[in-house]
Design a protein around this ligand. Structure first.
Ligand SMILES: *[C@@H]1O[C@H](CO)[C@@H](O)[C@H](O)[C@H]1NC(C)=O
Ligand SMILES: *[C@@H]1O[C@H](CO)[C@@H](O)[C@H](O)[C@H]1NC(C)=O
Ligand SMILES: *[C@@H]1O[C@H](CO)[C@@H](O)[C@H](O)[C@H]1NC(C)=O
Ligand SMILES: *[C@@H]1O[C@H](CO)[C@@H](O)[C@H](O)[C@H]1NC(C)=O
Length: 232
């Protein structure tokens, strides 16, 4: 092959795979679409056309793929965009306030820690979350999420820590969640608008050590003599 043809071939292959700067890069587009979905996109002003998305604040790449997205304490406001789940190499997604720092690495379908607590995320919990099969920690607490809990949460069979507290969630606890999430040790759905009784399947969660289902009236704590409490 002539040298010129080799270069044409390299350029063609590169256009498909190593062009991280161009608009056409799907991961750059996913990040841009996440930014544009925010009500306060200005917070991410550094995410602009002057540089590759791998240099954007909070973004870490390895071999041109986004592996970590860490935007704690920015108080991002807006829906929980499904485009966040189109970053296949992502291992850490930390959009929390800076109260906790995740430490593990993996791939998006191998994402183990997802911390989005204490932002102003609105809208529903995306059913796409059910794709993150390796997730061990899911913290969406302290946002303004509405709607019912998607039954797909029951597909997160590795989950040990689930905190959905302090949102505006309604409906009841999906039975799939209580039958499938056998590894769960901590479940917090308190301070939502969940209705109805707790499904009897809750008895399946044998490893549970922490369970928060409130609200119960705060005044209960004033009953200093109380030694038995039956809520059946
Ligand atoms: C674009 O991003 C760079 C950092 O990457 C920042 O210094 C610059 O202020 C940004 N430009 C605008 C118009 O926000
Ligand atoms: C969290 O972020 C705020 C604002 O950036 C900063 O003032 C504060 O010290 C940080 N807290 C911790 C525990 O890092
Ligand atoms: C309940 O959650 C809301 C946010 O949805 C929060 O503003 C409020 O302080 C929480 N209440 C308690 C008692 O934690
Ligand atoms: C429950 O906990 C025990 C002891 O920590 C552990 O060996 C077991 O694998 C756990 N079960 C599940 C389903 O995670």
């Amino acid at each position: 092959m002539e040298m010129a043809s080799v270069w044409v071939l390299v350029l063609v292959l590169c256009a498909a795979s190593c062009n991280v700067f161009a608009e056409g890069n799907p991961e750059r587009e996913s990040l841009t679409s996440f930014k544009n979905s925010l009500e306060n996109p200005r917070v991410l002003f550094s995410w602009n056309g002057t540089t590759t998305h791998c240099n954007w604040v909070g973004v870490t790449c390895e071999l041109g793929r986004v592996v970590s997205l860490s935007l704690p304490a920015l108080f991002l406001k807006g829906p929980l965009s499904p485009s966040l789940f189109s970053l296949p190499s992502l291992t850490v997604l930390d959009l929390s306030s800076n109260r906790s720092v995740p430490s593990e690495l993996g791939e998006l379908t191998h994402l183990e820690i997802l911390e989005l607590e204490l932002n102003f995320f609105t809208g529903k919990i995306p059913p796409e979350l059910g794709k993150l099969k390796q997730l061990k920690t899911l913290d969406l607490s302290g946002n303004a999420l509405t709607g019912t809990l998607p039954s797909q949460l029951g597909e997160l069979t590795q989950l040990q820590f689930l905190d959905l507290s302090n949102n505006l969630l309604s409906g009841s606890l999906p039975v799939t969640l209580l039958t499938n999430l056998q590894s769960l040790t901590s479940l917090d759905v308190s301070n939502n608008s969940l209705a109805g009784s707790v499904p009897s399947e809750i008895g399946n969660l044998k490893n549970l050590t922490d369970l928060y289902l409130g609200p119960l009236p705060e005044e209960l704590s004033k009953l200093k003599s109380l030694s038995k409490l039956d809520l059946s």
